[in-house]
Each structure stands twice: as C-alpha cells, then as structure tokens.
Ligand binder design. Structure first.
Ligand code: PRP
Ligand code: ZN
Length: 294
C-alpha cells in the first residue's frame, strides 16, 4: 500500500492522448512542471500526483492500486479486459482521442466484409478484441500478434489484413490500406480503482471530478448573444433547443426588438447561425465558455 494521501493519476507519457490529457488537467487547475524524463509529477496547490507511463500499462497500474485514477483510451481497457476482474471502473468518457478499431486490407484486395477474410492472416496488437469479434461474426482467420507498426504487415507479407486503431485514417492511406469493418468506436476515458479511497482522498477526488465535469460541459457549451424581432423568439428557441432560459432584454422604446443572451448546451454551427439570420436575428455573437458549474 502507498503511504501518501495524495491522489495519483496515471496518464500517457507520449502518444495520441498525451497532449490533450495534459491540457484537460491544466484546465482543471492542476499546476505542475512537466518533465518527460520524470515518472512522478507533484501538483502544486492540489494533492494530486501525475504518473507518466505507457498507455498500455495504465489499466494495470490502476487495477493494482499503484494509481487511483487513470486517463486512457477505452480501446486499451477493452483489450486488457481488466474490467472483468472488477478492479477498475470507467468513470466517464472524456470527449477526446476518438478513434475506432477497424479491419483494413490493401486497397487492391477484393474484400467487402469480414467474411471475405476467412482463412486469411490478420495482424494486430488487439488480439483479444479481434478474437472476440471474429468469433461473434463466425469468421475463422489466423491472428498474427504484433506489438507495433501493424500497418506495414501486409507489405511485409506477414499478414493479408490488419486490425488496428484508425483516427484520421492517414496511417492507412500512407500504407495503401482501406478500412472494411469497424469493431468498435473508442475515446479517452477516466478510470478509477474500484477500491474505496480514504475519506480525505475521496473528498479530493470529488473536487477533481467536479472540475473535470465543469471543463467537459463547457467544451460543449457556448454563450450566445443576438438581437432579434420580439416575435422571432419562439422560432429562435426552436433553432437552438439547447438554449436554457435566455435573458431577454428589450431594445429601444417600442418593444419590437429584443436582445437575447443565453448559454447554449450545444455547439453552434454555421448552419445554425444562417437559420438565425433567416428568422431576423442580427449582431450574433457566439462565445466559448471556460467553465460550467451548476
Ligand atoms: C494508432 C494506430 C495508428 C494510428 C492511426 O496508434 O496504431 O498507428 O494511431 O492514426 P491515424 O488514423 O490518425 O493515422 P496510437 O497512437 O494509438 O499508438 P499506440 O498504439 O502506440 O498506443
Ligand atoms: Zn499504446
């Protein structure tokens, strides 16, 4: 058991999730000096230590109680299947690091679905997920387990197809591959050890969670301001259903025009703005929100 009464969070040291994980923690008010050559990073002003490790090791650190929390791709959790031991719990998705685990084949290969891969060799670093999927769809293929650089397996002729994470799709394109099936979608998640925390740490955890929720909700919310004819208010509320109890301020003296100020619990796209203009709104301002605390 650890002596310290500081919450310890395992995060990816470098890779797809590293930068956005750090950005999220900074937005939560954690203040630390990042040094990639160091394992533990003490936060000032908040009893949290960050442990920078390989993403694949994060579930095990949390399961073993070396860390209390972890930020990792759901794909890693699924592959490790540690959740089955009930040692860790997924607290919430974090909205970044979105990707999918997909089957991909060389562009020239004739293959329309997983069924066409029967009897073929599929390279992957996700053997558990792939095995489970192939069983589900009733396809008998040979799994070639690789720890990295899976995308070059077909050109090296050690496999006919691959099963790997696809985010932008650039890696597949660069290697002359195309996706044929998606096994599942994934994103970064917050995980915690299933063990109960000592009371003081539980309090710090609750504070951190509230901050994280505040940051995540803010990411999807916008502050919107506009002027409009009074009779357009109802239609404007239909255009932005996520707009909560807008402040309506009369403009001028005849009451025909109003200013609307509101938090919209949704992203406001150009299409939405065009619709607002079409019902008579003008001087439309859409502002990002930094924190939302209910
Ligand atoms: C994944 C995957 C590809 C790349 C795909 O690796 O193995 O290499 O991302 O991204 P793209 O579609 O945007 O090109 P990841 O960054 O998760 O590294 P890891 O497997 O070493 O953890
Ligand atoms: Zn990894």
């Amino acid at each position: 058991m650890r002596e310290s009464h500081r919450l310890r969070i395992a995060i990816q040291k470098s890779g797809r999730l590293a930068e956005k994980t750090i950005a999220l923690l900074v937005k939560c008010g954690l203040d630390f000096e990042l040094r990639r050559d160091r394992l533990l990073h003490e936060c000032k002003e908040f009893p949290v230590d960050l442990m920078l490790v390989r993403d694949d090791d994060i579930p095990a650190y949390v399961a073993d109680g070396v860390c209390d929390l972890g930020i990792v791709g759901d794909n890693v959790i699924r592959e490790r299947q540690v959740q089955k031991t009930n040692a860790i719990e997924t607290v919430m998705p974090l909205g970044f690091g979105t990707c999918r685990l997909a089957l991909a084949v060389p562009v020239a290969m004739e293959c329309r679905s997983a069924a066409d891969l029967a009897g073929k060799r599929i390279a992957t670093s996700y053997p558990n997920c792939l095995r489970q999927y192939l069983k589900q769809v009733g396809v008998d293929a040979k799994i070639v387990e690789l720890s990295g650089a899976v995308e070059i397996a077909p050109s090296l002729q050690i496999a006919d197809a691959i099963c790997d994470l696809v985010s932008s799709g650039a890696t597949l394109r660069e290697n002359g591959l195309r996706p044929v099936e998606v096994l599942f979608e994934s994103q970064a998640v917050l995980i915690r050890s299933a063990r109960a925390l000592p009371p003081a740490m539980a309090l710090d955890y609750a504070r951190l969670l509230q901050r994280m929720n505040g940051v995540l909700q803010a990411a999807q919310a916008k502050y919107i301001m506009m002027n409009a004819p009074r009779e357009a208010l109802e239609r404007i509320q239909e255009i932005i259903p996520g707009m909560e109890q807008p402040s309506v301020i009369p403009l001028g003296t005849d009451g025909s025009h109003i200013a609307i100020h509101a938090v919209a619990r949704e992203n406001v796209f150009w299409e939405t703005i065009e619709k607002l203009k079409a019902v008579g709104a003008s001087a439309i301002l859409v502002l990002p929100i930094e924190k939302v605390i209910a």
